[in-house]
Design a protein around this ligand. Sequence first.
Ligand code: MV4
Length: 500
Amino acid sequence: MTPVTRVLVANRGEIALRIIRACHEEGLEAVAVYSAADRLSPHVRASDLAVEIGPAAPSESYLRIDRLLEVARETGAQAIHPGYGFLAERAAFAEAVEAAGLVFIGPPSTAIRAMGDKTEARRRMRAAGVPVVPGADAPITELATALELAREMGYPVMVKAVAGGGGKGMRVVHALEDLEGALATAASEALKAFGDSAVYIEKLIERPRHVEIQVLADATRTVHLGERECSVQRRHQKVVEEAPSVAVDAALRARMGDAAVAAAKAVGYRSAGTCEFLLAADGSFYFLEMNTRIQVEHPVTELVYGIDLVRQQLRIARGLPMQVPEGPRTPNGWALECRITSEDPGNGWMPSTGRIEFLRVPAGPGVRWDSGVEIGNEVTLYYDSMVAKLIVWGRDRDNALRRMVRALDELVIVGIATNQGFQRRLITDPAFVAGDIDIQFLDRRPDLAGAPPGAALTRAAAIAAALAEDAARHARKPAIAESGDARTAWLNAARSEGLR
Ligand code: MV4
């Protein structure tokens, strides 16, 4: 293997910056790529060398496999880190990188392929002794087979895309007369989304939690680093993640961890990866899928296990052993992550765009801010709405929650609407504080979205109002006027401009 000294980071935003920093700590140079929309992005400046690869549209820049390989060759990078999203879980990309004689900083393409086909993954997992949801281990070709299987399992069942994942092409079926129609709609959705109409069925697990296990594998060892609780999600986008989970004790962690390690070994996994499980109310758990990439929420695991997962990915890709102590490993304290997105919960979660006019980043003990934007950057509709991850550590869950409230209160973002206020309401909500959550929690709690916006205001006045509110909050006195009415009017106006 040619020694790796320079890594091409095939991504943008916070994860590109995160990877570049890890490269530097590993003594490696980092090559950034960027679209025309990202010329002023922090990841470009943090890199040792940066190459513009095309227009803002991802299909013309960050998804251009040919262009990325050309940039690697031109810049002398020996390895490519895909980050998450974009090309991270495309087996064809990993294959192209391998075929070009470069190192793919992730699992072997064969592992990506095996886990990408959900029925193949189910067969392999079952053979490895990993618990899977009762259901079909092959695509459905005959209605009669599906009806028979559903009758055996009992309704409700779920129709899923074989090439799926992340929630696309799924249908819940409550009674046999609806199965034929659901198979047809799911198949046509799957064809549109994945170019593959194959579907299969599983028993529906009702009101589960979404708990996932972090895995790390090098040439000789495959270990797990405990769970992340990811139940709080909206439309398959996670909103808050934590490690550990209130629902997982040491015994369950060991059982789920063993299952995740077996899953990884069954596909010849190397690098960092995550096994997603549904955890039912009765404590039973079922393998859902394996995410063959570094995930958005990896920092909560890093904080409770004291391990830099991206640095370990870099070491493993270079053929070095991972720096993870031989067991037993136990989580230390509690970590929480709030995803800060440019969406307006009070306005139907409308995506917000604009220039970041002002930004005050939370800091202090136990606070981590992973973001790819800074003052002056434009937030556009070309990319994901996540502008930052606010991550905290505390000695226990209560202390982590208090610290997150404090950090959210320090955060000021002016210029775009964000979900900051929503996050504060969520993490102080009694049900959330009690850990009483499952994957439908946010569906049951539309009240957390907050009030719809009031009357419009000019942009400049809205910015002034947002800053005045912040100044007042920290001076521990009312904003703008003693009169509650005047203060409320200004704040409502600011919200209507999408600022707070
Ligand atoms: C399920 C399920 C219930 N029963 N499978 C959603 C995304 C994809 N990874 C699998 N998903 C689900 N599969 C059975 N048999 C519920 C979901 C599900 C879900 C899972 C994890 C996190 C959030 C979710 C939201 C809705 C549905």
